[in-house]
Design a protein. Structure first.
Length: 56
């Protein structure tokens, strides 16, 4: 005799740390915001990133 299959799939909460879709999406968005802000700072100040940080 076969075992009956469950009718409801459990809803498991996805972890908020480690290598998962949520963390990767959040990291990508933060990188895009940082890149755009860096471009804006370079445009407004007229200096490159290295000179803005005092490294060049």
């Amino acid at each position: 005799m076969t075992q009956p299959q469950p009718t409801v799939t459990p809803k498991l909460e996805e972890p908020k740390f480690g290598f998962n879709d949520y963390a990767e999406r959040l990291n990508g968005r933060a990188a895009m915001i940082g890149f755009v802000l860096t471009l804006a700072i370079e445009y407004v100040t007229g200096q490159g990133l290295l000179s803005w940080l005092g490294l060049y």
